[in-house]
Design a protein around this ligand. Sequence first.
Ligand SMILES: [Zn+2]
Length: 451
Amino acid sequence: MSAGAEILLPRWVVPVCPEGVVLKDHAVVVRDGRIEQVAPADQAQRAYPEALVTRLPRHALMPGLINMHAHSAMALMRGLADDLPLMRWLEDHIWPTEQRWVAADFVRAGTELAMAEMLRGGTTCFNDNYFFPDVTAAAAQRAGMRAVVGIPVISVPTAWAQTEDEYFRRGLAMHQELAELPLVGSAFAPHAPYTVTDGAFEKIRSLAEELDIPIHLHLLETAGEIQASLDQYGMKPLDRMESLGLMTPRLLAVHMTQLDDADIRRVARAGVQVLHCPASNLKLASGTCRVADLVAAGVNVTVGTDGAASNNTLDMFSEIRLAALLAKGASGDPEAVPAETALAMATINGARALGQEDRLGSIEAGKAADLVAVDLVEPETSPAHHVISHLVYAVARRQVSDVWIDGKRMMAGHELQTLDVERIVHDAEQWRHRIQGDSVNDASRSSSLER
Ligand SMILES: [Zn+2]
């Protein structure tokens, strides 16, 4: 049964495809969760006289942002440990906290907290990588948010699985169950080359082919990872991934801060997708992804926030601004990653990396109505010389007022429609009490948490 059409009449439409275009006096017609048409406003209103009309006279309407690298539940560890190098941060703070606390209830509360933050900032889809992905998937489906959840594989026991076999068993069972959830898909999520065995990688490669799902992997995050790989395997991580048959378009490689010229050519040739997390890389001083060179080589570069424990926000507008600025600073080229490219990285490029380019990532007829309205008639984004420039360089996420996923209103006039923000924030505080109560012996951290 076909529901009635809805006509959205924004001041500007930023379809993303074709790149750089801004449409004025245009309507986006939505029906049954899909974009049916993008047409001149008067023409659309004549064609759909019965349609519900939603006027957005101050707004740019753009496709929903796709956060390509999230550990959503880690939102509960936001600010728990800062200003440390990656391995000390992981080994002394994050992993012990996870060992103590991560379970289904933690992941449910953390995912809801992350989704509330992401939706309020215009993110409609997230590519997640964490334990209890079944809980993340169910929370996303319940809230009406689109997600791809990772099947975790790591060679250490956790509350999710004790052995490598159990990681695969539970992950594959979840993959089957997800067939019932229309908004959520799965990927393999081996943690990193230094925490996953060759045997597990081989199994992942063949299963990912069979199930036709991506492989979401932290790769070349720091320089130390290269030496550790040489010591343990006698080869660099990219050589090892190639020998395992993983250098393909299925590979979603997160971070990639340690690439030489030959590596960039190899990544481009293989069609590997790069998931760039500029804030996390800067905060952990991991290194800098050579985004300008990757883009020039034709690599599909996408953007992610990483977890809120290493960012410390899930703000995709701030992330694309940083991606554009960092690419210029790191390459010495102010023309590197212009605003249009940065916006594409957070929308259509993410859709392409997930193999969902035909239904996500732009405002085009036939695609899912995953849409975001941004109020640009504010001092901070006036005058509106160049709408795409403002979306990348000037806008703040609080200017996002309305969000749709599959045509369903997720946020209306800044109010979330499917998530109870007050309860979510209350639950997060309860978790702070629990986590902090457990670490009272760590005087420096507990005092800084109270500050
Ligand atoms: Zn990560």
